[in-house]
Ligand binder design. Sequence first.
Ligand code: 2P0
Length: 325
Amino acid sequence: MYTGKARAYTNIALIKYWGKKDEHLILPMNNSLSLTLDAFYTETTIEFKESFTEDSFFLDGIKQDQKQTAKITAFLALVRQQYQVSLFAKVDSRNFVPTAAGLASSASGLAALAGACSAALNLELTDKELSRLARRGSGSACRSIFGGFAEWQKGNSDQTSFAEAIVSDNWEQDLAMLFVLVDDGVKDVSSRDGMKRTVETSSFYAGWLSSIDADLKTAKQAIAEKDFKALGEVTEANALRMHGTTLAANPPFTYWSPESLTVMQLVRQARQNGLPCYFTMDAGPNVKILVEKKNLAALKQFLAHHFSSEQLISANAGPGITLLP
Ligand code: 2P0
């Protein structure tokens, strides 16, 4: 029996991954730095079996069609090739998200799939090897192998591109992230397509790349010194710069909605009121707010004047990947 099961948590980048230099190997243009969260995770079971004539993928109990299965099939083809396996597989994934709010993440999904494959085929991969494997499924998944803060070292080959945990003296346990759900629709531009278009056409992309080293240095120093203000400021600035690149792409696009801007403005207002908090955004209109745990309740109360409790979902720092029995 070749079966395996794993649970992986999603992560949110504070310094973003935005652009690939190798689309096949999923090698990024820049290092990125993330926080793994406890509130959203994926559990995946995989079974490789002689009698299967194709790969199949069930998400939350529902069989997915060929298009929805494509990313999974491509990943399994890679695993088969890399580890000399000839069997097809059945993949059964469950996304644990507090609401059906479009928060399912490719990071937790592909990390859990990599872990499940490793368990099923007795690959006994190290975290580094697992991170490299998860990366081939989805770039951000390589960071979800680790709990707390992680940095994806861009590298320049399949061997050298992987994430590592950042030593933090457990400071992440003092932090929280509040998700403000402003839209649960399907994205207009997927992150994969959006970053490709940006790399190929945005005149602002060079500016983005030139800012990364300084942002990473600032973020890592802030973590080492447990300096929340410094980490928050660089997180927010880095996200704004990433989103700036999309405005200069051809054709131009943005992930922001009017509500996203409202949340950004409220975050600035909260800061003016003496409540330190900083926003970040990914390839969609929802806003994530980095806040110290001690101020989370006050932030929620402040935002409750504008958003329903279903729109405000908080998360703490989460653990790394777990292989399950
Ligand atoms: C990140 N994002 O660092 C950035 C910020 C979105 C915005 O990683 O093509 O699903 O599978 O490598 O990992 C989302 O991109 O893309 C992402 P692929 P992925 O979190």
